[in-house]
Ligand binder design. Sequence first.
Ligand SMILES: Cc1cc2nc3c(=O)[nH]c(=O)nc-3n(C[C@H](O)[C@H](O)[C@H](O)COP(=O)(O)OP(=O)(O)OC[C@H]3O[C@@H](n4cnc5c(N)ncnc54)[C@H](O)[C@@H]3O)c2cc1C
Length: 388
Amino acid sequence: MSNSILSARMTDAHRELGERARAYFTPRWLEQWRAAPGGPLRKDVWPELAERGFLGVSLPREHGGQGLGLLGALVVGEALAQVGDSGVALGMHVHNEVAGEWLTSAADPTLRERYLPKLLSGELLACQCDTDPSAQEPTTAVRDGDRLILRGQKKFVVNGAQADLCFVSARLDGQPAVVVVEKDAPGVRVTHAYDKLGTRSIDSALLEFDDVEVPADRVVARSGVSQLMRWNRVMSRMRFLIAVDAWLIHRMLLTHIVDYSTNRELGGRALSAWPINAHALARARADQELMEAGITDGYLRLTEGGSTVPEIAELKWFCVERATELASLSTDLEGGAGYMWDSVALRAHAQLRGLRMSGGSQTTMLTIANHSMACRAELGDQDRAGVA
Ligand SMILES: Cc1cc2nc3c(=O)[nH]c(=O)nc-3n(C[C@H](O)[C@H](O)[C@H](O)COP(=O)(O)OP(=O)(O)OC[C@H]3O[C@@H](n4cnc5c(N)ncnc54)[C@H](O)[C@@H]3O)c2cc1C
């Protein structure tokens, strides 16, 4: 992290982690751990990641983490960007930041004690199951004595095929809740493992919960204002890390395409020197600086306080949108080579298509930002009416 505000917050432990992670997470490393060429990571990579000190980096020491906070997650994320496929980063965000956060902040310490040590040792792999087939087909949990009966389907779940532990969002007695379900419970099935364009280094699966019985104490979040705040904290953290992933792709692409188009001569001058391209590249440079400023602001909001939900949704929208634009421009500038599968720009484009939907679609990010603007305007009207 060359950014002056973030780098000023780095300790020796962050710097040491960064050096180790950059040396470890290389394209060659990814190829060694794939289940098949071009496929997802093997499951036995997770205990290896724990042994190397890459799990639970951000989590508090009192819960078995390394206490390096969100900055620790950014340092690992920056190293992961080197592998050239955003799947591993998504899988790590879900395991470390989403599942890790649900368990460290769980009101019931027995859930934390039961699952967190195994998550941190890589013995258990986690997934977050949110996406229902449609609004008309929600996943439901119904109380039956000291058990819950869970029923529904979840689409496109990262880590879903290999995970041992599912954090399932469901309507519990009609209210939103998150329930921890062990994957080997009777009635849990992986009904499809998707093939996909990008993020191929992690699996994505369709999961079915067919009247699954879960002990009633496996609820990590339920309805209520404080739970809504927890949910927002978890989702904002995930979206922030996705925004950072997009920013890192943009940074890599900008270096690549400036270099490529400066060295490619067409019509008697460098491709980058033709005004239409020079303007587009200048705009991408400005976008890179704006993304970095937004990421710094988002980091300070998430770690030092302030409103986060609309700001992080806007940040995710902006970073992913602008990175997608640059990927599209770069494939054009590469000419026919930009259509060939070994094109740097085309591969980046494939990752970004996944980041557009992951953590909520780009449209959803704008909807969140829009609701928040309407809400601020309404509060402003009330304030003015109160003053008048
Ligand atoms: C790489 C990747 C990783 C993912 N990881 C996970 C995961 O780990 N766990 C999980 O549960 N899910 C995951 N998802 C699923 C993802 O969260 C959803 O795909 C996303 O929220 C959109 O939901 P949907 O696919 O059902 O699309 P739909 O809800 O059918 O939406 C389709 C399109 O319509 C737009 N739209 C929706 N409503 C409106 C409206 N009112 N007006 C205008 N446009 C609208 C949406 O923005 C979207 O662009 C992942 C997806 C991808 C691609």
